[in-house]
Every structure is written in structure tokens, then in C-alpha cells.
Design a protein around this ligand. Sequence first.
Ligand SMILES: Cc1ncc(COP(=O)(O)O)c(C=O)c1O
Length: 376
Amino acid sequence: MRQLRSSPRPGPGDVLRLIRPGLRSRRPYMGAGSPEALARKYGFSLDRLVKLDSNENPYGPSPRVLEALARPLPYHRYPEPDSETLRHALAEYVGASPDQIVVGAGSDEVILLTFAAFLGPGTAVVELVPTFVMYRLTAEALGARVVTVPREPGTYEVDVEKVIAALGPRVKVVVFCSPNNPTGNLESERTVRQVLETGAFVLVDEAYYEYCGHTFVPLISRYPNLGVLRTFSKWAGLAGLRVGYGIFSPEVARVIAGIKPPFNVSTAGQVAALESLADRDYLMSTVRKTIAERERLFQELSRFEFLRVLPSAANFIYAEVRRGSARQLTEALAREGILVRQFDVPPPRGGIRITVGLPEENDRLLEALSRLEPED
Ligand SMILES: Cc1ncc(COP(=O)(O)O)c(C=O)c1O
């Protein structure tokens, strides 16, 4: 009998041939880089670093979280499946029902799960740049195309006509970030409603909700094609424990919950999130301190002529760099032990995103900026 020899099986060394073509040369997302590596690179001890590059809560978690995690918990057992107790507490917090909520290992995982429900090869997502880069990276990892609509120069607002013009037949999802990371501005309800009316699935990322109090959640009852993302990483100071969640219409939540691994959120993460909700008065007092510092930092930064500072509804501030470049300024600050995030918008000089830190950290930044004033 003749053997079929058209495509010989790859050998063990050909493993990359088995990987989906778009992914073969992909590198992991680097984010801000590890503080340990940056401290080593710039010759600082970790406790001297002023970390203003990842929008974390500098006051840390609620003391109730630390007490609860110091007690023995059943770590030899699997966590509560589907974060059932936490979903009930979240339902009360957000004003939805538990069957509308999906909890993930950070909102990063909820982005992945939501996109996995709508996107794959042959589909597309609209991103409104500059914005949080994980939307692009996640969509690309799933084999979807990313349609980029730039925000308006100067204001970074979204021109809804441009979004609607970008909605080809392959576009399934449009992602808004409100307040937008890195520019700090809120999305208008009118714009989001107009896009919802087109029938596309609209994901609004409210990672910084607690810093602005503005939410799109009430629109979900009217628009089942709307989903909202939240996280415990920012206001609740739990970035290291990885807890985020999405609020959807019950029919969409059911599909996303069906994709989700059952034990995706650790016992420690679930307990910490529950304790944070129970201690939200304390956590909101740290949020208010950050908002007060944000306003002070905004005033002080506005005095530097080499920066154009944008008002922010979040726990960070974006500043366009008008002299030198954002890259040079970020490097110069890092050499002083102060970490901020650099962006290449607007061209050609770019901008920096500064997380609002503790008052003394913000003072160190301001003092360094007054010494480092770039020349052209
Ligand atoms: C807009 C936005 N969404 C989501 C995330 C991811 O947060 P999490 O820690 O919940 O995965 C971040 C983190 O920086 C963010 O800025």
C-alpha cells in the first residue's frame, strides 16, 4: 500500500511549527519592569525607590486584609469555586445581581475571558489610543485584528464618528477605558451610548472607578451588549493578590463564566477582596488622600514649562513633554530612584504618566524635576 507522504510529521525539535503562526515570535509583555531589576540597574535599595509607574495604592491594603491573611486559612483546599461569596458581596457593592458578575485573577484575566468569548481569527476589536496596552496584546494573542482609532490630539477625547466609521463587519468589540489609562480623562455617556446603539459589544474598563465615582454599570440593564471591568488592584491596594471582576448582562456573564477555569482566584485573593469590601470606609479614606495629592501634584507640575499637564480623574497624571523627550526624562528620573512610565504620545517627544504617591514621594519627584529641567 502506498504511504501518504504529503506532510511529514514534525520532529520534537520543530515544536514552533505547531504554534499558531501569529504567535511564533511573540515576547512576553514587560510592563513597568520589576522594581528589583530597576533598583539593581540604577543602584538603589528597594526601599529608596519611589515607585510611581504602576498606579498602585501607596497606602497598601486595609489592615483588616493583613489580619485576615495572618490567620490560618485552608490553603491545602481549592478556593471557593467561581468566587461565589465574593460575587454576592460584589453584587451589593456595584448594584447588580451575582449572576452578572465574573471574578478573575486581576482584571487582566477578565479582559482575556471576555475577549475569548467574542474574538478570534477573522474578528476585530477597536482600541482608542493611547490607552491600556493589554487590550491590544490580548486580542492579538487570540488571533483577532486590532483596529486603532487615535484619540483627539491635546484633549485625548474620543471622536465617536471615527469609532463608528471604524466598525467594519469583523469588529465585534469596542473597548473604552474610563478614566483612560494613561491620559486620565473620563469617557462621555453620550459616546458610549452611541456605540452601544450600533450593536457592537462595548467593554468599559473602570479600573480607576473609585477615584472618580463615575460608572457605566446602570446602563447594562438597558444594553445587554455592555460589560464593565473593575479591579481591587488600585483603590484596594491588592495588586499583588490579583483580583478583578466584570459586570455583564446575565446572558453574557453566563458565557464568560463558562470559559473561566473554576479555581482562577486564590483563597487569599478572595478573602482579601471580601475584607476590602467590608473595610471600604478605610480604603476610601486612602482614595481621598490620593485625590487631594493628585490636585496638589497637578498644580505643582503645571508650574514646569517643559510639561503640559492634563487634568485627571484617576490616581495618576499624564504630562506631555515639551522639551527634550519623555524617554530622556524617564531615564533621568530613574537615575534619581524615581520610576514613572514613558509613552510616545504625542509625537515626537512623548509624555510621562506619574502615579500619585505618598506626599513625601511626590515631593521627591517635584524636587527632582526642578533640578532636571531638560534643555532642547
Ligand atoms: C485600565 C486598566 N485596566 C486593567 C488593569 C489591570 O489591572 P489588574 O491588576 O486588575 O489586572 C490596569 C492596570 O494597570 C489598568 O490600568
